[in-house]
Write a protein that binds this ligand. Structure first.
Ligand code: G4P
Length: 535
């Protein structure tokens, strides 16, 4: 008997594409997302996705604080159809204090699109995000944005990306002018030039076949100086570059670059067409023990990469985001929960389309489903219909900032504990316990400053708790392990041991110097900077 899903379901799985857009804040991620949804026919007017300027509320900007600060903190999922494909687009927080969220999202995608501002080039955050993608060998598309503004010339920019990120770039399109003189892009694969009319939002596009750099059509659209520069550039790259190597791209070694302006909706359609042609669909996933899981398998499998509480304030809901790795999801199906070693029914499930969430009855490998959760799921949990499954761990980042949280009204302490537990299950913060004091006064750890700000805001906003945050002097958290990976509960050298929420011993230290001392006193112990989320 075949252990693959039916031919019809195989087709469904094969048409899935799941990717994330990553960028330094302000590079235009929200704007590009909006334009992609527009091309996907999900939204019909621009401004539906963007919420920062007081326009309609958005899925990618759930939280009030995000709107106030003009940043995207949480990450969301949006689904749309384009060119026979079902595309799942995962948003990622741009702010560096939320790198851990980005990392988790990248565990759930097959490719990523890196957005770069043409004027700013490679920014600090861009580099960190590339590193995360590279670590997992995720194929990366690069979209150079804001071509309607003055910026770096494309050759310099490509050189900068290659050198700073140590990543080979391959221009798929080439800009025809920049800033005031930006007139369009040349698609090197189709050998067509797309000329845009800047006065009319992306609607007025003329597409012509270009007979090489010398084609006189360039003189019709470009001024003399721009035409000369474009000819020189095209001449150079056409002679220097080999054909596009898909395998190099799929193995994460080469990044295809497209140019455009998300705001003006220029070059977005070309990117999307290129994406649909080359983006990989669901792949086999490695597991801790045994054979990789084939996405076409009848064994339904998936893992939780994100938990979001209180998306709908009125219902106090909690959604666990499940990335389906293989098979077909059917609402109401029973699955084995590997960590809890018990069966669960997945009854309430949603998918997200722009600002709306819809009940989903069926979904396939590659899709993300939001499961209503009453506390059964933690980040990293795996489910399957046939036996037990454990995918790769989702690592926790070691926090570097610590604080004590107290509530003014002593009677509300229990509520505070509950709220902190919720938020730590979401991965928004990490909690530590001083065993000499106990649970009533948890220590909160964060990777970045903004996480504390969000925490205080959410405690007030979602739980009606007015809290005081007192910073603690720790800056280092380490999980001591012996050579076999087992937790070490006692150390030589008079170190106080704390516990994390799964009762693992943790060392909280004021500075690196203390850590070096601990290492010297305990040479056989490994001081791990992260541990798996799986319990
Ligand atoms: P983010 O999600 O990556 O943080 O960026 P976002 O899309 O919010 O864009 C940041 C700013 O850059 C916005 O301006 C946006 O309009 C602008 N922008 C995005 N793409 C382009 C582009 O292709 N060309 C130009 N010229 N600007 C672009 P803002 O002033 O912050 O907001 P708004 O008043 O324009 O909405």
């Amino acid at each position: 008997m075949s252990n693959l899903v039916s031919a019809v379901d195989q087709k469904e799985i094969q048409r899935r594409r799941t990717f994330a857009i990553i960028s330094h804040p302000d590079a235009g991620k929200t704007t590009l997302t909006e334009k992609l949804l527009y091309h996907g026919g999900v939204i019909h007017e621009t401004g539906e996705v963007k919420g920062k300027s007081g326009t309609k509320a958005v899925t990618s900007d759930w939280m009030e604080l995000e709107r106030q600060k003009g940043i995207s903190i949480t990450s969301s999922v949006m689904t749309f159809d384009f060119d026979k494909l079902r595309i799942n687009l995962l948003d990622t927080p741009g702010h560096k204090d939320f790198s851990e969220d980005t990392y988790r999202v990248l565990m759930a995608v097959e490719s990523a699109c890196m957005l770069i501002d043409v004027a700013k080039g490679v920014e600090d955050r861009t580099k960190k995000l590339y590193d995360v993608c590279r670590y997992r060998n995720i194929p990366i598309f690069t979209f150079v944005n804001k071509l309607d503004r003055e910026g770096k010339d494309p050759l310099t920019l490509i050189d900068e990306i290659e050198k700073t990120l140590n990543m080979q770039c391959y221009p798929i399109t080439w800009p025809l002018g920049i800033g005031q003189r930006f007139k369009g892009i040349y698609n090197r694969l189709t050998k067509q030039a797309h000329f845009y009319d800047q006065r009319r939002e992306g609607n007025e596009v003329t597409i012509v076949d270009l007979q090489g750099p010398l084609d006189p059509i360039l003189d019709k659209y470009l001024d003399h100086e721009t035409a000369a520069q474009v000819r020189d550039e095209l001449d150079l790259i056409e002679n220097a570059l080999p054909p596009f190597d898909v395998e190099e791209f799929l193995s994460g070694k080469l990044s295809p670059v497209t140019f455009g302006s998300a705001k003006q909706n220029f070059g977005v359609d070309t990117f999307l067409k290129f994406f649909t042609q080359f983006a990989p669909g669901p792949k086999s996933r490695p597991v801790k023990k045994g054979k990789e899981v084939d996405p076409l398998s009848t064994n339904f499998t998936g893992f939780i990469f994100k938990i979001q509480a209180n998306m709908d304030r009125r219902h106090r809901d909690r959604i666990a985001f499940l990335r389906i790795c293989s098979g077909k999801f059917e609402r109401g199906m029973k699955v084995n929960h590997s960590r809890l070693a018990r069966e669960l029914r997945l009854s309430y499930s949603n998918q997200f389309i722009a600002a709306d969430k819809e009940t989903v009855d069926e979904a396939y490998a590659g899709d993300i489903v939001g499961i209503s959760d009453t506390g059964n799921f933690a980040i990293g949990d795996c489910v399957s219909t046939q036996g037990k499954i454990e995918f790769e761990d989702i690592p926790k980042f070691a926090p570097e900032l610590f604080a004590k949280i107290t509530v003014r009204d002593a009677l509300r302490r229990i509520k505070l504990q509950e709220a902190l537990n919720h938020l730590s299950e979401e991965g928004a913060i990490q909690l530590f316990i001083d065993p000499t004091i106990g649970h009533q006064e948890a220590i909160v750890g964060a990777v970045g400053e903004l996480q504390f700000e969000v925490l205080v805001h959410r405690l007030q906003d979602e739980y009606n708790l007015e809290v005081k945050l007192t910073r603690l002097p720790f800056t280092v958290a380490r999980w001591p392990r012996d050579a076999t990976g087992k937790a070490v509960f006692e150390l030589k050298g008079n170190f106080q041991m704390f516990q994390d929420m799964i009762e693992q011993p943790v060392l909280l230290l004021n500075q690196e110097w203390d850590l070096n001392w601990a290492k010297k006193e305990n040479p056989d112990v490994d001081f791990a900077a992260s541990i798996s989320r799986a319990r």
